[in-house]
Design a binder for this molecule. Structure first.
Ligand code: UDP
Length: 481
Protein backbone atom coordinates (compact mmCIF):
# COMPACT_ATOMS: atom_id res chain seq x y z
CA UNK A 1 0.00 0.00 0.00
CA UNK A 2 1.38 3.42 -0.94
CA UNK A 3 -0.26 5.57 1.68
CA UNK A 4 0.56 4.70 5.28
CA UNK A 5 -0.34 6.56 8.41
CA UNK A 6 1.71 7.15 11.53
CA UNK A 7 0.00 8.86 14.41
CA UNK A 8 1.97 11.65 16.07
CA UNK A 9 -0.34 12.65 18.90
CA UNK A 10 -3.19 14.64 17.47
CA UNK A 11 -1.67 15.30 14.07
CA UNK A 12 -1.20 12.37 11.73
CA UNK A 13 1.33 12.18 8.92
CA UNK A 14 0.12 10.61 5.69
CA UNK A 15 3.01 9.02 3.81
CA UNK A 16 2.33 9.17 0.11
CA UNK A 17 4.78 7.70 -2.39
CA UNK A 18 5.85 9.61 -5.50
CA UNK A 19 3.73 9.03 -8.60
CA UNK A 20 5.43 9.21 -11.99
CA UNK A 21 4.36 12.49 -13.57
CA UNK A 22 5.71 11.29 -16.91
CA UNK A 23 2.70 8.99 -17.21
CA UNK A 24 0.49 12.06 -17.66
CA UNK A 25 2.16 12.84 -21.01
CA UNK A 26 0.27 9.97 -22.62
CA UNK A 27 -3.03 11.49 -21.50
CA UNK A 28 -2.54 15.23 -21.89
CA UNK A 29 -0.06 15.28 -24.77
CA UNK A 30 3.61 16.27 -24.98
CA UNK A 31 2.95 20.01 -25.08
CA UNK A 32 0.94 20.18 -21.87
CA UNK A 33 3.37 17.80 -20.21
CA UNK A 34 6.36 19.95 -21.18
CA UNK A 35 4.57 23.01 -19.75
CA UNK A 36 4.17 21.24 -16.43
CA UNK A 37 7.82 20.15 -16.34
CA UNK A 38 9.04 23.68 -17.07
CA UNK A 39 6.80 25.22 -14.38
CA UNK A 40 7.96 22.62 -11.86
CA UNK A 41 11.61 23.32 -12.62
CA UNK A 42 11.10 27.05 -12.15
CA UNK A 43 9.18 26.52 -8.91
CA UNK A 44 11.80 24.11 -7.52
CA UNK A 45 14.53 26.68 -7.95
CA UNK A 46 12.57 29.46 -6.25
CA UNK A 47 11.30 27.20 -3.49
CA UNK A 48 14.59 25.46 -2.62
CA UNK A 49 15.03 24.62 1.07
CA UNK A 50 11.38 25.03 1.99
CA UNK A 51 8.50 22.64 2.54
CA UNK A 52 4.86 22.66 1.47
CA UNK A 53 2.57 21.31 4.17
CA UNK A 54 -0.92 20.33 3.16
CA UNK A 55 -3.32 19.93 6.09
CA UNK A 56 -6.73 18.29 5.86
CA UNK A 57 -9.19 16.59 8.20
CA UNK A 58 -9.08 13.10 6.70
CA UNK A 59 -6.96 11.06 4.32
CA UNK A 60 -9.76 8.76 3.19
CA UNK A 61 -13.23 9.36 1.82
CA UNK A 62 -14.44 12.51 0.10
CA UNK A 63 -13.06 14.61 -2.69
CA UNK A 64 -10.32 16.38 -0.75
CA UNK A 65 -8.59 13.18 0.30
CA UNK A 66 -9.02 11.73 -3.17
CA UNK A 67 -7.28 14.69 -4.79
CA UNK A 68 -4.52 15.01 -2.25
CA UNK A 69 -3.57 11.38 -2.67
CA UNK A 70 -2.85 12.05 -6.33
CA UNK A 71 -1.45 15.57 -6.21
CA UNK A 72 0.91 14.99 -3.28
CA UNK A 73 2.33 11.97 -5.11
CA UNK A 74 2.92 13.95 -8.31
CA UNK A 75 4.50 16.87 -6.46
CA UNK A 76 6.90 14.45 -4.75
CA UNK A 77 7.90 13.07 -8.13
CA UNK A 78 8.62 16.65 -9.25
CA UNK A 79 11.14 16.80 -6.39
CA UNK A 80 9.34 19.43 -4.36
CA UNK A 81 9.26 18.75 -0.62
CA UNK A 82 5.62 18.29 0.32
CA UNK A 83 4.13 16.69 3.44
CA UNK A 84 0.54 15.82 4.20
CA UNK A 85 -0.86 16.08 7.71
CA UNK A 86 -4.31 15.22 9.03
CA UNK A 87 -5.62 17.01 12.11
CA UNK A 88 -6.81 15.05 15.13
CA UNK A 89 -10.21 15.97 16.54
CA UNK A 90 -13.16 14.50 18.40
CA UNK A 91 -16.71 13.88 17.12
CA UNK A 92 -18.07 17.08 18.66
CA UNK A 93 -15.49 19.10 16.70
CA UNK A 94 -16.55 17.34 13.50
CA UNK A 95 -20.21 18.00 14.36
CA UNK A 96 -19.35 21.73 14.42
CA UNK A 97 -17.40 21.61 11.16
CA UNK A 98 -20.11 19.55 9.46
CA UNK A 99 -22.58 22.22 10.52
CA UNK A 100 -20.27 24.86 9.03
CA UNK A 101 -20.10 22.81 5.83
CA UNK A 102 -23.90 22.86 5.55
CA UNK A 103 -24.06 26.59 6.35
CA UNK A 104 -21.54 27.42 3.62
CA UNK A 105 -23.72 25.46 1.23
CA UNK A 106 -26.65 27.64 2.26
CA UNK A 107 -28.42 25.14 4.55
CA UNK A 108 -29.21 26.18 8.13
CA UNK A 109 -29.05 23.56 10.85
CA UNK A 110 -30.10 23.18 14.45
CA UNK A 111 -26.76 24.03 16.03
CA UNK A 112 -26.00 27.53 17.31
CA UNK A 113 -22.55 28.90 16.64
CA UNK A 114 -22.11 30.65 19.98
CA UNK A 115 -18.98 31.46 21.99
CA UNK A 116 -18.88 27.92 23.43
CA UNK A 117 -18.81 26.38 19.97
CA UNK A 118 -16.07 28.77 18.93
CA UNK A 119 -14.11 27.94 22.08
CA UNK A 120 -14.29 24.20 21.37
CA UNK A 121 -13.31 24.71 17.72
CA UNK A 122 -10.36 26.86 18.79
CA UNK A 123 -9.22 24.48 21.55
CA UNK A 124 -9.03 21.51 19.21
CA UNK A 125 -7.12 23.48 16.59
CA UNK A 126 -4.84 25.07 19.19
CA UNK A 127 -3.75 21.58 20.25
CA UNK A 128 -3.06 20.67 16.61
CA UNK A 129 -1.30 23.97 16.05
CA UNK A 130 1.17 23.30 18.86
CA UNK A 131 2.35 20.16 17.08
CA UNK A 132 2.34 21.82 13.71
CA UNK A 133 4.46 24.71 14.92
CA UNK A 134 7.12 22.26 15.99
CA UNK A 135 7.32 20.99 12.40
CA UNK A 136 7.11 24.05 10.16
CA UNK A 137 9.81 26.62 9.47
CA UNK A 138 9.46 30.30 8.57
CA UNK A 139 9.08 30.62 4.79
CA UNK A 140 7.32 27.27 4.42
CA UNK A 141 3.89 27.18 2.79
CA UNK A 142 0.90 25.59 4.52
CA UNK A 143 -2.19 24.73 2.51
CA UNK A 144 -5.19 24.47 4.83
CA UNK A 145 -8.23 22.67 3.50
CA UNK A 146 -11.83 23.60 4.36
CA UNK A 147 -13.41 24.88 7.60
CA UNK A 148 -11.92 22.03 9.65
CA UNK A 149 -8.47 23.61 9.43
CA UNK A 150 -9.23 27.35 9.10
CA UNK A 151 -8.57 28.00 12.80
CA UNK A 152 -4.90 27.03 12.31
CA UNK A 153 -4.27 30.11 10.14
CA UNK A 154 -3.57 32.68 12.92
CA UNK A 155 -1.01 30.40 14.59
CA UNK A 156 0.84 29.78 11.38
CA UNK A 157 1.07 33.31 10.00
CA UNK A 158 2.29 34.37 13.41
CA UNK A 159 5.12 31.88 12.98
CA UNK A 160 6.22 33.36 9.65
CA UNK A 161 4.65 30.69 7.46
CA UNK A 162 2.74 31.46 4.24
CA UNK A 163 -0.83 30.27 4.64
CA UNK A 164 -3.21 29.39 1.81
CA UNK A 165 -6.76 28.45 2.72
CA UNK A 166 -8.44 26.22 0.16
CA UNK A 167 -12.22 26.01 0.24
CA UNK A 168 -13.60 22.97 -1.51
CA UNK A 169 -17.14 24.06 -0.77
CA UNK A 170 -19.44 26.98 -1.40
CA UNK A 171 -22.63 28.07 -3.05
CA UNK A 172 -23.48 30.63 -5.72
CA UNK A 173 -26.15 32.41 -3.67
CA UNK A 174 -25.44 33.87 -0.27
CA UNK A 175 -28.17 33.69 2.40
CA UNK A 176 -28.44 33.89 6.20
CA UNK A 177 -26.89 30.44 6.56
CA UNK A 178 -23.82 31.26 4.44
CA UNK A 179 -23.44 34.60 6.22
CA UNK A 180 -23.47 32.82 9.61
CA UNK A 181 -20.90 30.31 8.42
CA UNK A 182 -18.57 32.94 6.99
CA UNK A 183 -18.99 35.17 10.08
CA UNK A 184 -17.74 32.25 12.19
CA UNK A 185 -14.70 31.62 9.99
CA UNK A 186 -13.78 35.20 9.15
CA UNK A 187 -11.66 35.94 12.26
CA UNK A 188 -9.43 32.97 11.42
CA UNK A 189 -9.39 33.37 7.66
CA UNK A 190 -8.35 36.99 7.69
CA UNK A 191 -4.89 35.78 8.74
CA UNK A 192 -4.34 33.72 5.59
CA UNK A 193 -2.16 35.05 2.76
CA UNK A 194 -4.22 33.62 -0.09
CA UNK A 195 -7.51 31.88 -0.73
CA UNK A 196 -8.47 29.27 -3.30
CA UNK A 197 -12.03 28.48 -4.36
CA UNK A 198 -13.49 26.19 -7.01
CA UNK A 199 -15.81 28.92 -8.39
CA UNK A 200 -15.75 32.71 -8.40
CA UNK A 201 -19.37 32.86 -7.17
CA UNK A 202 -18.37 31.02 -3.98
CA UNK A 203 -16.01 33.78 -2.80
CA UNK A 204 -17.45 35.92 0.03
CA UNK A 205 -17.38 39.63 -0.79
CA UNK A 206 -15.12 40.57 2.14
CA UNK A 207 -12.16 38.47 0.96
CA UNK A 208 -9.59 40.61 -0.88
CA UNK A 209 -9.98 39.80 -4.58
CA UNK A 210 -6.24 40.13 -5.28
CA UNK A 211 -5.52 37.31 -2.83
CA UNK A 212 -8.14 34.95 -4.18
CA UNK A 213 -7.68 32.41 -6.98
CA UNK A 214 -10.06 30.09 -8.70
CA UNK A 215 -8.61 26.61 -9.16
CA UNK A 216 -10.83 23.76 -10.23
CA UNK A 217 -10.18 20.27 -8.88
CA UNK A 218 -8.88 17.40 -11.00
CA UNK A 219 -8.83 13.65 -11.35
CA UNK A 220 -5.88 11.31 -11.64
CA UNK A 221 -6.33 8.98 -14.62
CA UNK A 222 -3.95 6.41 -13.13
CA UNK A 223 -5.34 6.18 -9.63
CA UNK A 224 -7.17 2.98 -8.71
CA UNK A 225 -10.29 5.18 -8.80
CA UNK A 226 -9.91 6.00 -12.50
CA UNK A 227 -7.49 3.56 -14.12
CA UNK A 228 -8.69 1.59 -17.12
CA UNK A 229 -10.36 -1.70 -16.25
CA UNK A 230 -11.38 -4.23 -18.88
CA UNK A 231 -15.12 -5.03 -18.91
CA UNK A 232 -14.41 -8.54 -17.59
CA UNK A 233 -12.40 -7.11 -14.73
CA UNK A 234 -15.18 -4.65 -13.91
CA UNK A 235 -17.62 -7.50 -13.54
CA UNK A 236 -15.15 -9.62 -11.60
CA UNK A 237 -14.51 -6.75 -9.15
CA UNK A 238 -18.21 -6.10 -8.63
CA UNK A 239 -18.93 -9.80 -8.23
CA UNK A 240 -16.08 -10.32 -5.78
CA UNK A 241 -17.30 -7.41 -3.66
CA UNK A 242 -20.88 -8.69 -3.69
CA UNK A 243 -22.25 -5.73 -5.64
CA UNK A 244 -23.64 -7.60 -8.66
CA UNK A 245 -24.38 -11.21 -9.46
CA UNK A 246 -21.90 -11.98 -12.25
CA UNK A 247 -20.44 -15.44 -12.62
CA UNK A 248 -17.04 -14.70 -14.15
CA UNK A 249 -13.66 -16.32 -14.54
CA UNK A 250 -11.66 -13.07 -14.72
CA UNK A 251 -9.56 -12.14 -11.70
CA UNK A 252 -10.74 -9.03 -9.83
CA UNK A 253 -7.28 -7.54 -10.21
CA UNK A 254 -6.19 -3.91 -10.50
CA UNK A 255 -3.04 -1.79 -10.13
CA UNK A 256 -2.50 -0.31 -6.70
CA UNK A 257 -0.85 3.06 -6.30
CA UNK A 258 2.50 1.51 -5.45
CA UNK A 259 2.43 -0.35 -8.78
CA UNK A 260 1.68 -3.77 -7.26
CA UNK A 261 -1.30 -5.79 -8.36
CA UNK A 262 -4.21 -5.86 -5.92
CA UNK A 263 -7.10 -8.25 -5.81
CA UNK A 264 -10.46 -7.26 -4.41
CA UNK A 265 -10.89 -9.13 -1.14
CA UNK A 266 -13.39 -6.94 0.65
CA UNK A 267 -17.13 -7.30 0.67
CA UNK A 268 -19.62 -4.47 0.47
CA UNK A 269 -22.66 -4.43 2.74
CA UNK A 270 -25.66 -4.26 0.44
CA UNK A 271 -29.28 -3.67 1.40
CA UNK A 272 -31.30 -5.19 -1.45
CA UNK A 273 -33.87 -7.87 -2.13
CA UNK A 274 -31.52 -9.28 -4.79
CA UNK A 275 -28.33 -8.18 -6.50
CA UNK A 276 -28.41 -6.69 -10.02
CA UNK A 277 -27.51 -9.08 -12.82
CA UNK A 278 -24.48 -8.30 -15.03
CA UNK A 279 -26.55 -7.20 -18.02
CA UNK A 280 -29.23 -5.17 -16.29
CA UNK A 281 -28.80 -1.43 -16.95
CA UNK A 282 -27.60 0.05 -13.69
CA UNK A 283 -28.04 3.63 -12.53
CA UNK A 284 -25.37 4.50 -9.98
CA UNK A 285 -24.80 7.36 -7.58
CA UNK A 286 -21.63 7.24 -5.50
CA UNK A 287 -21.63 9.77 -2.67
CA UNK A 288 -20.93 10.23 0.98
CA UNK A 289 -24.07 9.69 3.05
CA UNK A 290 -24.75 13.39 3.29
CA UNK A 291 -28.18 15.04 3.08
CA UNK A 292 -26.88 17.45 0.43
CA UNK A 293 -26.06 14.54 -1.91
CA UNK A 294 -29.78 13.69 -1.81
CA UNK A 295 -29.49 9.92 -2.14
CA UNK A 296 -33.07 9.77 -0.84
CA UNK A 297 -34.20 12.07 -3.65
CA UNK A 298 -32.55 9.86 -6.27
CA UNK A 299 -34.36 6.86 -4.77
CA UNK A 300 -37.73 8.63 -4.83
CA UNK A 301 -37.29 9.86 -8.39
CA UNK A 302 -36.26 6.38 -9.54
CA UNK A 303 -39.13 4.71 -7.68
CA UNK A 304 -41.81 7.11 -8.90
CA UNK A 305 -40.73 8.17 -12.37
CA UNK A 306 -38.35 5.53 -13.71
CA UNK A 307 -38.94 2.03 -12.37
CA UNK A 308 -42.59 1.80 -13.49
CA UNK A 309 -41.66 2.78 -17.07
CA UNK A 310 -38.28 1.36 -18.14
CA UNK A 311 -36.10 -1.59 -17.15
CA UNK A 312 -33.03 -1.06 -15.04
CA UNK A 313 -31.87 -0.94 -11.47
CA UNK A 314 -30.57 1.73 -9.13
CA UNK A 315 -27.58 1.39 -6.81
CA UNK A 316 -26.79 4.09 -4.26
CA UNK A 317 -23.28 3.54 -2.97
CA UNK A 318 -21.47 5.32 -0.18
CA UNK A 319 -18.59 4.75 2.20
CA UNK A 320 -19.08 2.43 5.15
CA UNK A 321 -17.70 5.10 7.49
CA UNK A 322 -15.76 8.34 7.22
CA UNK A 323 -14.08 9.84 10.28
CA UNK A 324 -15.21 13.43 9.78
CA UNK A 325 -18.77 12.57 8.73
CA UNK A 326 -20.81 11.98 11.90
CA UNK A 327 -24.08 12.49 10.06
CA UNK A 328 -23.42 9.66 7.62
CA UNK A 329 -24.92 6.82 9.66
CA UNK A 330 -28.15 8.78 10.20
CA UNK A 331 -28.54 9.65 6.52
CA UNK A 332 -27.91 6.06 5.48
CA UNK A 333 -30.37 4.73 8.08
CA UNK A 334 -33.02 7.15 6.81
CA UNK A 335 -32.45 5.88 3.24
CA UNK A 336 -32.77 2.27 4.38
CA UNK A 337 -36.00 3.07 6.18
CA UNK A 338 -37.41 4.75 3.10
CA UNK A 339 -36.31 1.80 0.98
CA UNK A 340 -38.13 -0.63 3.31
CA UNK A 341 -41.32 1.37 2.83
CA UNK A 342 -41.29 1.10 -0.98
CA UNK A 343 -43.72 -1.24 -2.77
CA UNK A 344 -41.87 -4.59 -3.26
CA UNK A 345 -41.66 -4.51 -7.09
CA UNK A 346 -39.93 -1.13 -6.96
CA UNK A 347 -37.89 -1.92 -3.87
CA UNK A 348 -36.56 -5.02 -5.64
CA UNK A 349 -34.90 -2.78 -8.20
CA UNK A 350 -33.05 -0.57 -5.74
CA UNK A 351 -29.92 -1.43 -3.76
CA UNK A 352 -28.06 0.55 -1.10
CA UNK A 353 -24.39 -0.33 -0.85
CA UNK A 354 -21.84 0.56 1.83
CA UNK A 355 -18.35 0.25 0.44
CA UNK A 356 -15.60 -0.76 2.90
CA UNK A 357 -13.07 2.00 3.47
CA UNK A 358 -10.30 0.20 5.42
CA UNK A 359 -8.20 -0.14 2.29
CA UNK A 360 -8.22 3.08 0.26
CA UNK A 361 -7.13 1.43 -3.00
CA UNK A 362 -9.69 -1.32 -2.71
CA UNK A 363 -12.46 1.16 -1.96
CA UNK A 364 -11.37 3.19 -4.97
CA UNK A 365 -11.43 0.25 -7.35
CA UNK A 366 -14.96 -0.62 -6.24
CA UNK A 367 -16.05 2.94 -7.07
CA UNK A 368 -14.17 2.73 -10.37
CA UNK A 369 -15.87 -0.54 -11.32
CA UNK A 370 -19.30 0.73 -10.29
CA UNK A 371 -18.92 3.90 -12.33
CA UNK A 372 -17.64 1.95 -15.37
CA UNK A 373 -20.43 -0.59 -15.10
CA UNK A 374 -23.15 2.07 -14.83
CA UNK A 375 -25.45 2.78 -17.76
CA UNK A 376 -26.02 6.21 -16.20
CA UNK A 377 -24.26 7.90 -13.29
CA UNK A 378 -26.25 10.46 -11.33
CA UNK A 379 -25.20 13.26 -9.01
CA UNK A 380 -28.44 14.78 -7.82
CA UNK A 381 -26.82 16.99 -5.21
CA UNK A 382 -28.67 19.90 -3.62
CA UNK A 383 -25.33 21.72 -3.27
CA UNK A 384 -21.86 20.80 -4.46
CA UNK A 385 -18.47 22.47 -4.20
CA UNK A 386 -17.21 20.79 -7.34
CA UNK A 387 -18.45 17.20 -7.40
CA UNK A 388 -15.45 15.05 -8.19
CA UNK A 389 -17.72 12.05 -8.75
CA UNK A 390 -19.01 13.84 -11.84
CA UNK A 391 -15.55 14.23 -13.40
CA UNK A 392 -14.69 10.64 -12.42
CA UNK A 393 -17.71 9.22 -14.20
CA UNK A 394 -17.23 11.52 -17.21
CA UNK A 395 -13.62 10.35 -17.51
CA UNK A 396 -14.96 6.81 -17.81
CA UNK A 397 -17.14 7.84 -20.72
CA UNK A 398 -20.34 7.59 -18.71
CA UNK A 399 -23.34 9.83 -19.32
CA UNK A 400 -23.85 11.80 -16.11
CA UNK A 401 -27.23 13.15 -15.07
CA UNK A 402 -26.79 15.83 -12.45
CA UNK A 403 -28.36 18.87 -10.89
CA UNK A 404 -27.19 22.35 -11.87
CA UNK A 405 -25.56 23.23 -8.57
CA UNK A 406 -22.13 24.51 -7.55
CA UNK A 407 -19.27 23.26 -9.68
CA UNK A 408 -21.28 20.66 -11.60
CA UNK A 409 -22.22 22.93 -14.54
CA UNK A 410 -18.53 23.91 -14.85
CA UNK A 411 -17.87 20.27 -15.70
CA UNK A 412 -20.94 19.31 -17.69
CA UNK A 413 -20.83 21.66 -20.64
CA UNK A 414 -23.22 21.40 -23.59
CA UNK A 415 -23.45 17.80 -24.80
CA UNK A 416 -21.06 16.38 -22.18
CA UNK A 417 -23.82 15.24 -19.80
CA UNK A 418 -27.35 16.11 -18.79
CA UNK A 419 -28.22 18.84 -16.29
CA UNK A 420 -31.47 19.24 -14.41
CA UNK A 421 -31.94 22.95 -13.58
CA UNK A 422 -33.91 22.52 -10.34
CA UNK A 423 -32.22 20.07 -7.97
CA UNK A 424 -35.49 19.43 -6.13
CA UNK A 425 -37.57 18.68 -9.22
CA UNK A 426 -37.93 14.90 -9.00
CA UNK A 427 -40.23 14.63 -12.01
CA UNK A 428 -37.75 16.33 -14.35
CA UNK A 429 -34.88 14.33 -12.95
CA UNK A 430 -36.88 11.12 -13.40
CA UNK A 431 -37.89 12.05 -16.96
CA UNK A 432 -34.27 12.78 -17.93
CA UNK A 433 -33.15 9.48 -16.41
CA UNK A 434 -35.87 7.59 -18.27
CA UNK A 435 -34.79 9.27 -21.50
CA UNK A 436 -31.17 8.26 -21.03
CA UNK A 437 -31.99 4.68 -20.11
CA UNK A 438 -34.10 4.38 -23.23
CA UNK A 439 -31.48 5.77 -25.62
CA UNK A 440 -28.21 3.84 -25.88
CA UNK A 441 -26.80 5.95 -28.69
CA UNK A 442 -27.34 9.18 -26.72
CA UNK A 443 -25.55 7.57 -23.78
CA UNK A 444 -22.62 6.67 -26.02
CA UNK A 445 -22.42 10.11 -27.61
CA UNK A 446 -22.65 11.97 -24.31
CA UNK A 447 -20.11 9.64 -22.71
CA UNK A 448 -17.53 10.29 -25.44
CA UNK A 449 -17.95 14.07 -25.13
CA UNK A 450 -17.71 13.75 -21.35
CA UNK A 451 -14.36 11.95 -21.52
CA UNK A 452 -12.94 14.61 -23.80
CA UNK A 453 -14.20 17.42 -21.58
CA UNK A 454 -12.35 15.97 -18.58
CA UNK A 455 -9.16 15.38 -20.57
CA UNK A 456 -9.22 19.01 -21.71
CA UNK A 457 -9.94 20.64 -18.36
CA UNK A 458 -9.73 18.41 -15.29
CA UNK A 459 -6.58 16.30 -15.39
CA UNK A 460 -3.97 16.96 -12.67
CA UNK A 461 -1.38 18.82 -14.78
CA UNK A 462 -3.65 21.89 -15.03
CA UNK A 463 -4.32 21.77 -11.32
CA UNK A 464 -0.61 21.64 -10.46
CA UNK A 465 0.22 24.47 -12.85
CA UNK A 466 -2.32 26.76 -11.21
CA UNK A 467 -0.96 25.96 -7.79
CA UNK A 468 2.58 26.63 -8.99
CA UNK A 469 1.49 30.08 -10.21
CA UNK A 470 -0.22 30.86 -6.92
CA UNK A 471 2.62 29.67 -4.71
CA UNK A 472 5.23 31.47 -6.81
CA UNK A 473 3.30 34.73 -6.39
CA UNK A 474 3.07 34.07 -2.66
CA UNK A 475 6.81 33.69 -2.27
CA UNK A 476 7.34 37.22 -3.51
CA UNK A 477 5.54 38.61 -0.43
CA UNK A 478 6.44 38.20 3.25
CA UNK A 479 4.03 35.92 5.15
CA UNK A 480 1.02 37.88 6.38
CA UNK A 481 2.02 40.73 4.06
N1 UDP B 1 -15.92 8.23 -2.71
C1 UDP B 1 -15.21 7.08 -2.47
N2 UDP B 1 -15.83 6.04 -1.88
C2 UDP B 1 -17.12 6.11 -1.52
C3 UDP B 1 -17.85 7.31 -1.79
C4 UDP B 1 -17.21 8.37 -2.38
O1 UDP B 1 -14.03 6.97 -2.81
O2 UDP B 1 -17.64 5.13 -0.97
C5 UDP B 1 -15.19 9.32 -3.38
C6 UDP B 1 -15.70 9.69 -4.75
O3 UDP B 1 -15.28 8.75 -5.70
C7 UDP B 1 -15.05 11.05 -4.92
C8 UDP B 1 -15.11 11.61 -3.51
O4 UDP B 1 -15.28 10.50 -2.64
O5 UDP B 1 -13.70 10.92 -5.30
C9 UDP B 1 -16.27 12.55 -3.33
O6 UDP B 1 -15.90 13.80 -3.83
P1 UDP B 1 -16.98 14.86 -4.26
O7 UDP B 1 -16.24 16.08 -4.68
O8 UDP B 1 -17.90 14.26 -5.27
O9 UDP B 1 -17.83 15.14 -2.96
P2 UDP B 1 -17.44 15.40 -1.43
O10 UDP B 1 -17.61 14.09 -0.76
O11 UDP B 1 -16.05 15.91 -1.38
O12 UDP B 1 -18.48 16.38 -0.98
Amino acid sequence: MTTTISATGRLTTVHTAARPVAALAGVVGEQRYAGLRAAAEDFRVRFAGRTIWTVSSTCTGGGVAEMLQALVGYVRDLDVDIRWLVIGANPSFFAVTKHLHHLLHGFPGRMTLGPQTAAHYEDVLAANAQELLALVHPGDIVLLHDPQTAGLAPWLTHAGVHVVWRSHIGTDLQNDATRDGWAFLRPYLQHADAYVFSRRAFVPAWLPAERTRIITPSIDPFAPKNQDLAPDTVRAVLDAAGLIEAPTRAAPAYLRRDGSTGTVECHATVVADSLPGPDEPLVVQVSRWDPLKDMAGVMRAFAEYVAPHVPGRLMLAGPALVADDPEGALVRAACVQRWRGLPPPVRGRIALASLPVDDVDENAVLVNALQRHAAVVTQKSLAEGFGLTVAEAMWKGRPVLASTVGGIPDQITEGAGVLVPDATDLASFGAALRGLLADASARQRIGAAAHERVRAAFVGDKHLLRYAELLTALLSRPPGG
